[in-house]
Design a protein around this ligand. Structure first.
Ligand SMILES: Nc1nc2c(ncn2[C@@H]2O[C@H](COP(=O)(O)OP(=O)(O)OP(=O)(O)O)[C@@H](O)[C@H]2O)c(=O)[nH]1
Ligand SMILES: [Mg+2]
Length: 235
């Protein structure tokens, strides 16, 4: 039997967490795997943490960090979950338990539920779909990436997480993109599978704040990768 750890970052989800848990929990019961859920909260100004600690059947591990940062929460969760055979990343409003079942049938080290894969049905707004496409074109141009999506539902074999996550330090939304790019650079086998993309509630992110922050982050990441390559060559 495979062990699977699911990492879900949560921030200011007091109004939604219990409802979402009641949707996710019974679906997990149907999995023939040893499943552990990690809810990683940081910087919430509402009752998210207290509510997370009341959840049960199964009781999730609840981690908490001081400052709001999706990337820092993901990193903490992945490090805590790293001993499992597979580590999967869900959002609290966007998850797929059938994706976990599919993991065991794919011969790969990293499996991405790509919103842009053939057969995917992305039901988000046209603006968000355009954002995903533009972001992916940037990754192809700046990093020579060949994957079609990096942000969303994904699964990594435990050995990939144990090797790559300690060096993955991007904050905010770029953490998972950096992890996928590092997996590509390290030559791991990456498979993409189709997904129906339907969030359980409207987006809460501000596009206007996100775009410049993401662009700055990508340029910084490119510089970091170049300097890592230079350091490796000069050793
Ligand atoms: N720990 C933590 N979790 C966060 C933070 N910001 C967002 N999240 C969580 O990340 C997940 C996605 O957040 P959403 O607010 O739904 O993001 P979105 O507007 O749909 O944008 P996408 O990331 O493109 O899906 C949810 O589970 C949130 O609770 C944060 O600062 N810290
Ligand atoms: Mg969302």
């Amino acid at each position: 039997m495979f062990s699977v750890s699911i990492v879900i970052p949560v921030h200011n989800e007091a109004g939604f967490l219990a409802t979402a848990w009641e949707r996710l929990r019974p679906e997990l019961e149907g999995l023939e795997s040893d499943v552990t859920v990690y809810l990683v909260e940081n910087g919430s100004t509402d009752e998210t943490l207290a509510i997370a600690r009341t959840l049960e059947d199964p009781s999730p591990f609840v981690l908490s960090l001081p400052r709001p940062d999706y990337g820092a929460a993901m990193r903490e969760g992945f490090l805590a979950a790293a001993e499992a055979d597979w580590i999967v990343n869900f959002d609290i409003d966007y998850f797929s338990v059938p994706f976990i079942r599919g993991l065991f049938e794919v011969d790969a080290d990293v499996v991405i539920a790509s919103k842009r894969a053939p057969g995917s049905d992305d039901r988000r707004s046209a603006l968000r779909r355009a954002g995903t496409l533009t972001f992916n074109l940037l990754l192809r141009t700046l990093f020579g990436s060949r994957v079609s999506d990096t942000h969303g539902i994904k699964g990594f074999r435990g050995h990939v997480v144990r090797r790559l996550v300690p060096a993955t330090t991007s904050t905010q939304d770029l953490f998972d993109t950096e992890l996928v790019l590092r997996a590509e650079m390290a030559g791991y086998r990456i498979a993409e599978v189709p997904i129906v993309v339907e969030e359980l509630r409207e987006t809460r992110s501000s596009f206007v704040k996100r775009v410049p922050r993401t662009l700055r982050g990508l340029l910084q990441l490119r510089r970091s990768f170049s300097s890592e390559r230079r350091n490796t060559r000069s050793r």
